[in-house]
Design a protein around this ligand. Structure first.
Ligand SMILES: Cc1cc2nc3c(=O)[nH]c(=O)nc-3n(C[C@H](O)[C@H](O)[C@H](O)COP(=O)(O)OP(=O)(O)OC[C@H]3O[C@@H](n4cnc5c(N)ncnc54)[C@H](O)[C@@H]3O)c2cc1C
Length: 456
Protein backbone atom coordinates (compact mmCIF):
# COMPACT_ATOMS: atom_id res chain seq x y z
CA UNK A 1 0.00 0.00 0.00
CA UNK A 2 1.57 3.33 -1.10
CA UNK A 3 1.36 6.31 1.19
CA UNK A 4 2.12 9.93 0.28
CA UNK A 5 5.77 11.04 0.87
CA UNK A 6 4.12 13.90 2.71
CA UNK A 7 0.91 15.77 2.36
CA UNK A 8 2.28 18.57 0.09
CA UNK A 9 2.91 18.02 -3.63
CA UNK A 10 6.10 19.50 -5.05
CA UNK A 11 6.44 21.90 -7.93
CA UNK A 12 9.72 20.25 -8.91
CA UNK A 13 11.03 16.85 -7.81
CA UNK A 14 14.76 16.31 -8.36
CA UNK A 15 15.67 12.64 -8.57
CA UNK A 16 19.27 12.18 -7.37
CA UNK A 17 21.06 14.29 -4.80
CA UNK A 18 24.62 14.17 -6.11
CA UNK A 19 26.41 17.33 -7.27
CA UNK A 20 24.02 17.91 -10.22
CA UNK A 21 20.86 17.61 -8.13
CA UNK A 22 22.27 19.89 -5.43
CA UNK A 23 23.38 22.55 -7.94
CA UNK A 24 19.86 22.66 -9.36
CA UNK A 25 18.17 22.62 -5.93
CA UNK A 26 20.39 25.49 -4.74
CA UNK A 27 19.52 27.61 -7.78
CA UNK A 28 15.81 26.93 -7.53
CA UNK A 29 15.79 27.67 -3.81
CA UNK A 30 17.55 30.98 -4.45
CA UNK A 31 15.68 32.15 -7.51
CA UNK A 32 12.09 31.02 -7.16
CA UNK A 33 9.31 30.59 -4.69
CA UNK A 34 8.74 27.06 -5.96
CA UNK A 35 8.46 24.01 -3.71
CA UNK A 36 11.32 21.61 -4.41
CA UNK A 37 11.87 18.05 -3.21
CA UNK A 38 15.33 16.51 -3.67
CA UNK A 39 15.20 12.72 -3.46
CA UNK A 40 18.51 10.93 -2.79
CA UNK A 41 18.92 7.20 -2.53
CA UNK A 42 21.85 7.24 -0.09
CA UNK A 43 21.88 8.76 3.38
CA UNK A 44 24.55 11.28 2.31
CA UNK A 45 23.05 13.84 -0.05
CA UNK A 46 25.36 16.21 -1.96
CA UNK A 47 28.34 13.87 -2.32
CA UNK A 48 27.47 11.51 -5.17
CA UNK A 49 30.20 9.37 -6.73
CA UNK A 50 32.86 12.04 -7.17
CA UNK A 51 32.81 13.77 -3.79
CA UNK A 52 32.13 10.90 -1.38
CA UNK A 53 35.80 9.87 -1.39
CA UNK A 54 37.58 10.06 1.96
CA UNK A 55 41.03 9.83 0.39
CA UNK A 56 42.73 13.23 0.84
CA UNK A 57 44.98 12.46 -2.13
CA UNK A 58 41.97 12.54 -4.50
CA UNK A 59 42.27 16.09 -5.76
CA UNK A 60 39.94 18.09 -7.97
CA UNK A 61 41.25 18.17 -11.52
CA UNK A 62 40.07 21.77 -11.96
CA UNK A 63 41.56 24.77 -10.11
CA UNK A 64 39.40 26.15 -7.28
CA UNK A 65 38.74 29.36 -9.25
CA UNK A 66 36.66 27.36 -11.78
CA UNK A 67 34.77 25.17 -9.31
CA UNK A 68 32.00 27.46 -8.04
CA UNK A 69 28.72 25.54 -7.89
CA UNK A 70 26.84 28.68 -8.94
CA UNK A 71 27.36 30.09 -12.43
CA UNK A 72 26.51 33.67 -11.38
CA UNK A 73 28.75 33.63 -8.27
CA UNK A 74 32.15 32.68 -9.73
CA UNK A 75 34.00 33.04 -6.41
CA UNK A 76 31.51 31.06 -4.36
CA UNK A 77 33.89 28.08 -3.87
CA UNK A 78 36.99 30.26 -3.47
CA UNK A 79 35.21 32.19 -0.70
CA UNK A 80 34.18 28.93 0.97
CA UNK A 81 37.81 27.74 0.79
CA UNK A 82 38.97 31.00 2.37
CA UNK A 83 36.72 30.21 5.36
CA UNK A 84 36.92 26.40 5.54
CA UNK A 85 39.65 25.25 3.14
CA UNK A 86 42.69 25.11 5.42
CA UNK A 87 44.66 27.76 3.55
CA UNK A 88 43.89 26.67 -0.03
CA UNK A 89 43.34 29.40 -2.60
CA UNK A 90 41.96 30.02 -6.07
CA UNK A 91 44.85 28.44 -8.03
CA UNK A 92 44.93 25.26 -5.91
CA UNK A 93 43.54 21.82 -6.66
CA UNK A 94 41.55 21.12 -3.49
CA UNK A 95 40.83 17.61 -2.17
CA UNK A 96 37.54 16.28 -3.60
CA UNK A 97 36.46 15.45 -0.03
CA UNK A 98 36.57 19.20 0.72
CA UNK A 99 34.44 19.88 -2.33
CA UNK A 100 31.96 17.36 -0.91
CA UNK A 101 31.81 19.38 2.33
CA UNK A 102 31.30 22.53 0.25
CA UNK A 103 28.34 20.92 -1.54
CA UNK A 104 26.90 19.73 1.78
CA UNK A 105 27.16 23.29 3.13
CA UNK A 106 25.53 24.64 -0.03
CA UNK A 107 22.64 22.22 0.37
CA UNK A 108 22.19 23.02 4.09
CA UNK A 109 22.29 26.76 3.35
CA UNK A 110 19.76 26.36 0.51
CA UNK A 111 17.37 24.39 2.75
CA UNK A 112 17.65 27.08 5.39
CA UNK A 113 17.12 29.98 2.98
CA UNK A 114 14.11 28.26 1.41
CA UNK A 115 12.11 28.39 4.65
CA UNK A 116 10.59 24.98 4.08
CA UNK A 117 10.24 25.16 0.29
CA UNK A 118 13.24 22.87 -0.32
CA UNK A 119 13.04 19.48 1.33
CA UNK A 120 15.42 16.51 1.12
CA UNK A 121 13.89 13.03 1.12
CA UNK A 122 15.92 9.83 1.48
CA UNK A 123 14.82 6.99 -0.79
CA UNK A 124 15.12 5.45 -4.23
CA UNK A 125 12.73 6.58 -6.93
CA UNK A 126 11.68 3.29 -8.47
CA UNK A 127 9.01 4.52 -10.89
CA UNK A 128 7.73 7.76 -12.43
CA UNK A 129 4.24 7.97 -13.90
CA UNK A 130 3.36 10.74 -16.34
CA UNK A 131 -0.07 12.22 -15.54
CA UNK A 132 -2.17 14.94 -17.14
CA UNK A 133 -0.93 17.72 -14.84
CA UNK A 134 2.45 16.45 -13.72
CA UNK A 135 4.15 13.32 -12.48
CA UNK A 136 3.77 10.81 -9.71
CA UNK A 137 6.95 9.32 -8.27
CA UNK A 138 7.16 6.02 -6.38
CA UNK A 139 9.79 6.15 -3.64
CA UNK A 140 11.12 2.81 -2.38
CA UNK A 141 7.90 1.23 -3.62
CA UNK A 142 6.20 2.47 -0.46
CA UNK A 143 5.62 6.23 -0.84
CA UNK A 144 4.21 8.45 -3.58
CA UNK A 145 5.14 12.03 -4.38
CA UNK A 146 3.19 14.25 -6.76
CA UNK A 147 5.06 16.98 -8.62
CA UNK A 148 4.44 19.33 -11.52
CA UNK A 149 7.84 18.50 -13.01
CA UNK A 150 10.61 15.97 -12.32
CA UNK A 151 14.30 16.29 -13.19
CA UNK A 152 16.41 13.14 -13.43
CA UNK A 153 19.86 13.91 -11.97
CA UNK A 154 20.69 10.26 -11.49
CA UNK A 155 24.35 10.57 -12.51
CA UNK A 156 26.91 7.81 -12.73
CA UNK A 157 26.97 4.07 -12.32
CA UNK A 158 30.02 1.85 -11.74
CA UNK A 159 31.71 0.23 -14.75
CA UNK A 160 30.73 -3.40 -13.99
CA UNK A 161 29.72 -5.92 -11.30
CA UNK A 162 31.98 -7.56 -8.69
CA UNK A 163 32.98 -11.21 -8.99
CA UNK A 164 35.46 -12.66 -6.48
CA UNK A 165 38.79 -10.85 -6.73
CA UNK A 166 37.44 -8.88 -9.72
CA UNK A 167 36.01 -5.55 -8.50
CA UNK A 168 33.64 -3.77 -10.86
CA UNK A 169 33.08 -0.70 -8.64
CA UNK A 170 36.37 1.18 -8.26
CA UNK A 171 34.77 3.85 -6.01
CA UNK A 172 33.78 1.49 -3.20
CA UNK A 173 36.41 1.37 -0.50
CA UNK A 174 36.41 -2.44 -0.50
CA UNK A 175 37.87 -2.39 -4.03
CA UNK A 176 41.31 -2.09 -2.42
CA UNK A 177 40.59 -3.58 0.99
CA UNK A 178 42.08 -6.85 2.26
CA UNK A 179 45.10 -6.59 -0.06
CA UNK A 180 48.61 -7.53 1.06
CA UNK A 181 50.99 -4.61 0.38
CA UNK A 182 52.92 -6.73 -2.14
CA UNK A 183 49.82 -8.01 -4.00
CA UNK A 184 49.77 -7.81 -7.79
CA UNK A 185 47.02 -5.62 -9.19
CA UNK A 186 45.58 -5.10 -12.64
CA UNK A 187 43.70 -1.85 -13.24
CA UNK A 188 41.52 -1.98 -16.35
CA UNK A 189 41.59 1.53 -17.84
CA UNK A 190 44.35 4.15 -17.83
CA UNK A 191 42.30 7.27 -17.29
CA UNK A 192 41.08 9.34 -14.31
CA UNK A 193 39.47 6.42 -12.46
CA UNK A 194 42.68 4.40 -12.70
CA UNK A 195 44.58 7.37 -11.31
CA UNK A 196 42.17 7.60 -8.34
CA UNK A 197 42.77 3.95 -7.45
CA UNK A 198 46.52 4.33 -7.93
CA UNK A 199 46.58 7.33 -5.57
CA UNK A 200 44.60 5.40 -2.94
CA UNK A 201 47.00 2.45 -3.23
CA UNK A 202 50.05 4.71 -2.87
CA UNK A 203 48.50 6.39 0.17
CA UNK A 204 48.11 2.96 1.77
CA UNK A 205 51.77 2.17 1.14
CA UNK A 206 51.18 -0.47 -1.52
CA UNK A 207 54.48 -1.88 -2.79
CA UNK A 208 53.36 -4.63 -5.17
CA UNK A 209 53.30 -4.40 -8.96
CA UNK A 210 50.45 -2.52 -10.64
CA UNK A 211 49.59 -2.91 -14.31
CA UNK A 212 47.23 -0.34 -15.83
CA UNK A 213 45.90 -1.35 -19.19
CA UNK A 214 43.75 0.11 -21.95
CA UNK A 215 43.53 -0.31 -25.72
CA UNK A 216 45.79 2.67 -26.40
CA UNK A 217 47.52 2.99 -23.03
CA UNK A 218 46.85 6.75 -22.97
CA UNK A 219 47.14 8.49 -19.58
CA UNK A 220 45.71 11.95 -18.79
CA UNK A 221 48.18 14.82 -19.08
CA UNK A 222 49.02 17.10 -16.15
CA UNK A 223 48.08 20.72 -15.56
CA UNK A 224 51.00 23.16 -15.61
CA UNK A 225 52.09 24.25 -12.10
CA UNK A 226 50.55 27.72 -12.59
CA UNK A 227 47.57 28.78 -14.73
CA UNK A 228 48.51 29.79 -18.27
CA UNK A 229 46.98 32.85 -19.96
CA UNK A 230 44.46 31.97 -22.64
CA UNK A 231 46.15 32.39 -26.07
CA UNK A 232 44.54 34.85 -28.44
CA UNK A 233 44.06 32.78 -31.60
CA UNK A 234 41.46 32.40 -34.30
CA UNK A 235 40.09 28.84 -34.26
CA UNK A 236 37.22 29.26 -36.72
CA UNK A 237 38.71 26.72 -39.14
CA UNK A 238 38.25 24.01 -36.50
CA UNK A 239 34.49 24.45 -36.68
CA UNK A 240 34.11 23.58 -40.38
CA UNK A 241 34.86 20.70 -42.74
CA UNK A 242 34.99 16.94 -42.32
CA UNK A 243 36.10 15.33 -39.09
CA UNK A 244 39.45 14.31 -40.59
CA UNK A 245 40.06 17.85 -41.93
CA UNK A 246 39.33 19.32 -38.53
CA UNK A 247 41.53 16.73 -36.81
CA UNK A 248 44.45 17.50 -39.11
CA UNK A 249 44.06 21.29 -38.59
CA UNK A 250 43.90 20.59 -34.87
CA UNK A 251 47.14 18.59 -34.98
CA UNK A 252 48.94 21.26 -36.98
CA UNK A 253 47.88 23.92 -34.43
CA UNK A 254 49.30 21.75 -31.65
CA UNK A 255 52.56 21.21 -33.56
CA UNK A 256 52.89 24.89 -34.47
CA UNK A 257 53.38 26.01 -30.92
CA UNK A 258 49.91 26.44 -29.46
CA UNK A 259 50.21 23.10 -27.68
CA UNK A 260 47.37 20.96 -26.39
CA UNK A 261 46.91 22.92 -23.17
CA UNK A 262 46.54 26.25 -25.01
CA UNK A 263 44.20 24.81 -27.63
CA UNK A 264 41.99 23.13 -25.04
CA UNK A 265 41.78 26.39 -23.11
CA UNK A 266 40.69 28.36 -26.16
CA UNK A 267 38.15 25.75 -27.21
CA UNK A 268 36.69 25.02 -23.78
CA UNK A 269 33.78 27.50 -23.93
CA UNK A 270 32.95 26.25 -27.46
CA UNK A 271 33.08 22.49 -26.89
CA UNK A 272 29.37 21.98 -27.37
CA UNK A 273 29.36 24.11 -30.51
CA UNK A 274 32.14 21.88 -31.88
CA UNK A 275 30.12 18.77 -30.99
CA UNK A 276 26.89 20.09 -32.47
CA UNK A 277 28.71 20.91 -35.72
CA UNK A 278 29.27 17.18 -36.26
CA UNK A 279 26.62 14.91 -37.78
CA UNK A 280 25.74 11.61 -36.16
CA UNK A 281 28.24 9.59 -38.17
CA UNK A 282 31.05 12.08 -37.41
CA UNK A 283 30.16 11.94 -33.71
CA UNK A 284 30.36 8.15 -33.77
CA UNK A 285 33.77 8.31 -35.43
CA UNK A 286 34.93 10.94 -32.95
CA UNK A 287 33.92 8.72 -30.02
CA UNK A 288 35.63 5.69 -31.55
CA UNK A 289 38.90 7.18 -32.78
CA UNK A 290 39.51 10.64 -31.28
CA UNK A 291 37.78 10.66 -27.92
CA UNK A 292 40.64 8.96 -26.00
CA UNK A 293 43.06 11.63 -27.29
CA UNK A 294 40.66 14.43 -26.58
CA UNK A 295 39.98 13.18 -23.04
CA UNK A 296 43.59 12.91 -21.90
CA UNK A 297 44.22 16.52 -22.86
CA UNK A 298 40.86 17.94 -21.91
CA UNK A 299 40.60 16.26 -18.47
CA UNK A 300 44.08 16.85 -17.06
CA UNK A 301 45.15 16.08 -13.50
CA UNK A 302 46.72 18.26 -10.82
CA UNK A 303 50.53 18.56 -11.06
CA UNK A 304 50.97 16.74 -7.72
CA UNK A 305 48.99 13.74 -9.06
CA UNK A 306 51.25 13.78 -12.10
CA UNK A 307 54.26 13.39 -9.78
CA UNK A 308 52.67 10.33 -8.13
CA UNK A 309 52.13 8.66 -11.51
CA UNK A 310 55.62 9.47 -12.76
CA UNK A 311 57.15 8.31 -9.44
CA UNK A 312 55.37 4.93 -9.59
CA UNK A 313 56.49 4.47 -13.21
CA UNK A 314 60.08 5.46 -12.44
CA UNK A 315 60.26 2.94 -9.54
CA UNK A 316 59.08 0.24 -11.93
CA UNK A 317 55.99 -0.33 -9.79
CA UNK A 318 53.48 0.92 -12.36
CA UNK A 319 53.39 -0.34 -15.94
CA UNK A 320 51.08 1.27 -18.46
CA UNK A 321 50.18 -1.21 -21.19
CA UNK A 322 48.32 -0.77 -24.48
CA UNK A 323 46.46 -4.04 -24.94
CA UNK A 324 43.16 -5.91 -25.01
CA UNK A 325 42.27 -8.35 -22.26
CA UNK A 326 40.01 -11.27 -21.57
CA UNK A 327 39.07 -12.11 -18.01
CA UNK A 328 39.42 -15.84 -17.28
CA UNK A 329 38.96 -18.03 -14.23
CA UNK A 330 38.19 -15.92 -11.16
CA UNK A 331 38.25 -16.89 -7.49
CA UNK A 332 38.24 -14.80 -4.31
CA UNK A 333 42.06 -14.77 -4.37
CA UNK A 334 43.11 -14.70 -8.06
CA UNK A 335 41.96 -13.59 -11.48
CA UNK A 336 43.42 -15.19 -14.61
CA UNK A 337 43.74 -12.79 -17.51
CA UNK A 338 44.75 -13.09 -21.17
CA UNK A 339 46.54 -10.02 -22.52
CA UNK A 340 47.08 -9.25 -26.22
CA UNK A 341 49.33 -6.21 -26.58
CA UNK A 342 48.56 -3.60 -29.22
CA UNK A 343 50.21 -4.53 -32.50
CA UNK A 344 50.83 -8.14 -31.42
CA UNK A 345 48.84 -11.36 -31.77
CA UNK A 346 50.58 -13.18 -28.91
CA UNK A 347 48.22 -14.19 -26.12
CA UNK A 348 49.98 -13.74 -22.77
CA UNK A 349 48.48 -15.62 -19.82
CA UNK A 350 48.79 -13.81 -16.46
CA UNK A 351 47.32 -13.97 -13.02
CA UNK A 352 46.65 -11.10 -10.59
CA UNK A 353 45.71 -11.00 -6.90
CA UNK A 354 43.15 -8.34 -7.71
CA UNK A 355 41.60 -6.81 -10.82
CA UNK A 356 39.76 -3.48 -10.57
CA UNK A 357 37.61 -2.18 -13.39
CA UNK A 358 38.60 1.49 -13.82
CA UNK A 359 36.92 2.14 -17.17
CA UNK A 360 35.00 5.09 -15.73
CA UNK A 361 31.37 5.89 -15.02
CA UNK A 362 28.46 4.62 -17.11
CA UNK A 363 25.46 6.76 -17.92
CA UNK A 364 23.58 4.79 -20.57
CA UNK A 365 20.06 3.35 -20.27
CA UNK A 366 20.15 0.18 -18.19
CA UNK A 367 16.94 -1.77 -17.83
CA UNK A 368 18.33 -3.66 -14.84
CA UNK A 369 17.57 -0.46 -12.90
CA UNK A 370 13.94 -0.46 -11.72
CA UNK A 371 13.44 3.18 -12.75
CA UNK A 372 14.83 2.74 -16.25
CA UNK A 373 12.95 -0.53 -16.78
CA UNK A 374 9.60 1.02 -15.82
CA UNK A 375 10.17 4.22 -17.82
CA UNK A 376 11.25 2.35 -20.95
CA UNK A 377 8.23 0.02 -20.67
CA UNK A 378 5.91 3.01 -20.28
CA UNK A 379 7.52 4.74 -23.27
CA UNK A 380 8.84 7.66 -21.18
CA UNK A 381 12.55 7.17 -21.76
CA UNK A 382 14.83 6.00 -24.55
CA UNK A 383 18.56 5.85 -25.26
CA UNK A 384 20.19 8.70 -27.17
CA UNK A 385 21.26 7.76 -30.73
CA UNK A 386 24.88 7.23 -29.62
CA UNK A 387 23.95 5.00 -26.69
CA UNK A 388 25.79 7.28 -24.24
CA UNK A 389 22.90 8.30 -22.02
CA UNK A 390 19.26 9.36 -22.12
CA UNK A 391 17.75 11.04 -25.17
CA UNK A 392 16.86 14.68 -24.45
CA UNK A 393 15.67 17.73 -26.39
CA UNK A 394 17.64 20.97 -26.66
CA UNK A 395 15.84 22.08 -23.48
CA UNK A 396 16.87 18.91 -21.61
CA UNK A 397 13.31 17.52 -21.81
CA UNK A 398 13.32 13.73 -21.77
CA UNK A 399 12.45 12.10 -25.10
CA UNK A 400 10.36 8.98 -24.85
CA UNK A 401 9.30 6.34 -27.34
CA UNK A 402 7.25 8.84 -29.38
CA UNK A 403 10.31 11.01 -30.03
CA UNK A 404 8.50 14.05 -28.62
CA UNK A 405 9.99 16.05 -25.73
CA UNK A 406 8.19 15.37 -22.45
CA UNK A 407 6.19 18.22 -20.92
CA UNK A 408 6.95 17.11 -17.37
CA UNK A 409 10.27 15.23 -17.33
CA UNK A 410 13.78 16.69 -17.63
CA UNK A 411 17.34 15.40 -17.30
CA UNK A 412 20.45 17.06 -15.86
CA UNK A 413 24.14 16.20 -15.83
CA UNK A 414 26.12 13.25 -17.21
CA UNK A 415 23.10 11.24 -18.49
CA UNK A 416 22.72 13.98 -21.16
CA UNK A 417 26.19 13.30 -22.55
CA UNK A 418 24.83 11.90 -25.83
CA UNK A 419 23.60 15.42 -26.65
CA UNK A 420 26.37 17.46 -25.02
CA UNK A 421 29.36 15.09 -24.65
CA UNK A 422 31.23 17.53 -22.32
CA UNK A 423 28.75 17.48 -19.49
CA UNK A 424 30.71 15.82 -16.75
CA UNK A 425 32.70 18.54 -15.01
CA UNK A 426 31.18 21.10 -12.62
CA UNK A 427 31.86 24.14 -14.89
CA UNK A 428 29.62 22.52 -17.53
CA UNK A 429 26.96 21.12 -15.20
CA UNK A 430 26.45 24.45 -13.40
CA UNK A 431 25.65 26.18 -16.70
CA UNK A 432 23.24 23.44 -17.64
CA UNK A 433 21.63 23.61 -14.16
CA UNK A 434 21.14 27.38 -14.60
CA UNK A 435 19.44 26.84 -17.98
CA UNK A 436 17.19 24.07 -16.67
CA UNK A 437 16.27 26.17 -13.61
CA UNK A 438 15.42 29.19 -15.73
CA UNK A 439 13.34 27.12 -18.14
CA UNK A 440 11.41 25.32 -15.40
CA UNK A 441 10.72 28.46 -13.40
CA UNK A 442 9.45 30.30 -16.49
CA UNK A 443 7.31 27.33 -17.52
CA UNK A 444 5.80 26.76 -14.09
CA UNK A 445 5.13 30.38 -13.29
CA UNK A 446 3.43 30.84 -16.66
CA UNK A 447 1.28 27.76 -16.33
CA UNK A 448 -2.21 28.15 -14.97
CA UNK A 449 -2.47 29.70 -11.56
CA UNK A 450 1.05 28.98 -10.25
CA UNK A 451 2.23 32.20 -8.69
CA UNK A 452 5.35 32.20 -6.54
CA UNK A 453 5.14 28.43 -6.31
CA UNK A 454 1.64 28.32 -4.81
CA UNK A 455 -1.62 27.61 -6.49
CA UNK A 456 -3.58 30.85 -6.60
C1 LIG B 1 35.61 10.09 -9.66
C2 LIG B 1 35.20 11.40 -10.26
C3 LIG B 1 35.98 12.53 -10.08
C4 LIG B 1 35.59 13.76 -10.61
N1 LIG B 1 36.37 14.87 -10.43
C5 LIG B 1 35.95 16.07 -10.91
C6 LIG B 1 36.71 17.25 -10.70
O1 LIG B 1 37.76 17.21 -10.10
N2 LIG B 1 36.23 18.44 -11.18
C7 LIG B 1 35.05 18.49 -11.87
O2 LIG B 1 34.66 19.59 -12.29
N3 LIG B 1 34.33 17.38 -12.10
C8 LIG B 1 34.75 16.18 -11.63
N4 LIG B 1 34.01 15.07 -11.85
C9 LIG B 1 32.80 15.20 -12.62
C10 LIG B 1 31.59 15.74 -11.88
O3 LIG B 1 31.75 16.52 -10.79
C11 LIG B 1 30.56 14.68 -11.72
O4 LIG B 1 30.27 14.21 -12.98
C12 LIG B 1 29.33 15.19 -11.01
O5 LIG B 1 29.63 15.14 -9.68
C13 LIG B 1 28.10 14.45 -11.39
O6 LIG B 1 27.20 14.47 -10.33
P1 LIG B 1 25.78 13.80 -10.48
O7 LIG B 1 24.98 14.30 -9.34
O8 LIG B 1 25.23 14.04 -11.83
O9 LIG B 1 26.04 12.25 -10.40
P2 LIG B 1 26.38 11.30 -9.17
O10 LIG B 1 27.54 11.78 -8.43
O11 LIG B 1 26.43 9.92 -9.73
O12 LIG B 1 25.11 11.44 -8.24
C14 LIG B 1 23.85 10.92 -8.60
C15 LIG B 1 23.07 10.67 -7.35
O13 LIG B 1 21.78 10.23 -7.70
C16 LIG B 1 21.38 9.22 -6.81
N5 LIG B 1 20.38 8.40 -7.51
C17 LIG B 1 20.54 7.72 -8.67
N6 LIG B 1 19.40 7.11 -9.01
C18 LIG B 1 18.49 7.43 -8.06
C19 LIG B 1 17.12 7.10 -7.86
N7 LIG B 1 16.45 6.33 -8.73
N8 LIG B 1 16.49 7.58 -6.76
C20 LIG B 1 17.15 8.38 -5.86
N9 LIG B 1 18.45 8.72 -6.00
C21 LIG B 1 19.10 8.25 -7.10
C22 LIG B 1 22.65 8.47 -6.46
O14 LIG B 1 22.52 7.82 -5.20
C23 LIG B 1 23.69 9.59 -6.46
O15 LIG B 1 23.91 10.12 -5.17
C24 LIG B 1 34.40 13.84 -11.34
C25 LIG B 1 33.62 12.67 -11.56
C26 LIG B 1 34.02 11.48 -11.02
C27 LIG B 1 33.15 10.26 -11.24
Amino acid sequence: MMRPADELPADIAIVGGGASGVLLAALLARKSGLRIVLIEHTSKPALGVAYSTRCRGHLLNVRASDMSALADEPDHFVNWLARDGGGLGRDDFAPRADYGRYLQDLLADSVQRSEGRLRVVTGEVTAIHDKAHGVELDIDGTRTLHAHRAVLATGHRPPSADHGAYHGNPWREDAIEGLAPEASILLIGTSLTMIDVLVSLMERGHTGPIVALSRRGLVPRFHPPAPIPSPDVDTRDLFAGSLSQRASRFRSRVRNGLGWAGLMQVLRPHNNELWHGLDLDQRRRFLRHLRPWWDIHRHRVAPHIGEIIEGAKARGQLSIVAAKIEIGHTTDRKVDVTIVRRGSSTREQCSFDRVIDCRGPRNEVDERLPLHAQMVTDGLLRADPLGQGLDVSDKEALMGRSGKPSRHLYVLGPPTRGRYTEIVAIPDIRLQAAEVAEHLVAQLLQSSGLVGGHTA
